[in-house]
Design a protein around this ligand. Structure first.
Ligand code: GTP
Length: 259
């Protein structure tokens, strides 16, 4: 007996990242093939997108191209959350409420992650690391506060390093290393801040507040520590605009692999 597969809610992916990383440009490119000019966004945008046929969804690997259900199987919803600090409450709300969440894409500007001493460039790295730290901590808490012993389902996480067409962009291994090192510092600063403010030393509430990101929190933070809380992280670089060999194909494929 053949029963058509219907989706109550399309597979959904969240698109996060600091302001100016290129989220709206990526959403437009995925949606209509052109990264149209964008303004600073104030509200979440969302689009229903169809995977190109060369990036097959895992669930349709063995279907024929002519199968009418193929197109349906390649559709997903992409929700773009504005990067501006004041709008981030949308982010946390969305992570915990979204139905059928298949993954999170965190876009960063890899030309704005230099560890040089220029105040301007340091801000880009710090902003990205603080945002990432906070999102990953929400995902970790979702796991550690789960009531069932099995824990909540996996949330694959893609760190998409954008703007590889710019010659000042960092290459993938350095993007990963720079973010891990900066997140380690953010974690350190946050715990010190709580200690210095002396918030209820010794009270139970503090234990919860002080939940550290990553494996016990000793030493350096590494993305692979998040696997323990069911959040596998991959770092893949590309570019929405410009020529360059990277483009967005690997990001399409990552999305297809999660569907
Ligand atoms: P918010 O709406 O503030 O959250 O920003 P955003 O992440 O949506 O960024 P947006 O798409 O508005 O892009 C910011 C700027 O980066 C725009 O001027 C884009 O044209 C530019 N941009 C986006 N992707 C690329 C890229 O791959 N390479 C280059 N060189 N520029 C890019």
């Amino acid at each position: 007996l053949y029963r058509a597969r219907t989706f109550a809610t399309l597979p959904t992916f969240l698109l996060l990242g600091p302001s100016g990383a290129g989220k709206t440009s990526l959403l437009c490119l995925f949606d209509n093939g052109k990264p149209s000019e964008t303004r600073i966004s104030q509200t979440p945008l969302s689009a229903t997108i169809t995977l190109p046929s060369n990036a097959t969804a895992r669930s349709s690997k063995y279907r024929s191209e002519n199968d009418p259900s193929m197109k349906k199987n390649r559709q997903f919803q992409l929700v773009d959350i504005p990067g501006h600090g004041k709008l981030r409450h949308f982010t946390l709300e969305h992570i915990t409420k979204l139905q059928n969440l298949k993954g999170i894409i965190f876009l960063v500007d890899t030309a704005d992650l230099s560890t040089g001493s220029g105040a301007q460039s340091d801000n880009g790295l710090l902003e990205a690391a603080e945002y990432l730290h906070d999102v990953l901590l929400v995902l970790q808490k979702r796991y550690t506060s789960a009531k069932t012993s099995k824990g909540p389902k996996e949330i694959p996480f893609l760190i998409a390093g954008n703007k590889q067409d710019l010659f000042t962009a960092l290459p993938t291994p350095l993007v990963k290393a720079a973010l891990e090192a900066e997140i380690s510092k953010v974690r350190e600063t946050k715990s010190k801040g709580l200690l210095d403010s002396g918030i209820g030393m010794g009270e139970d509430a503090v234990e919860e507040e002080r939940e550290w990101l990553g494996d016990g929190g000793e030493g350096k933070f590494q993305f692979k520590q998040m696997e323990e809380v069911n959040v596998p992280i991959e770092v893949i670089c590309g570019n929405v605009l410009g020529d360059g060999t990277n483009g967005v194909e690997k990001w399409w494929q990552w999305i297809g692999d999660q569907m």
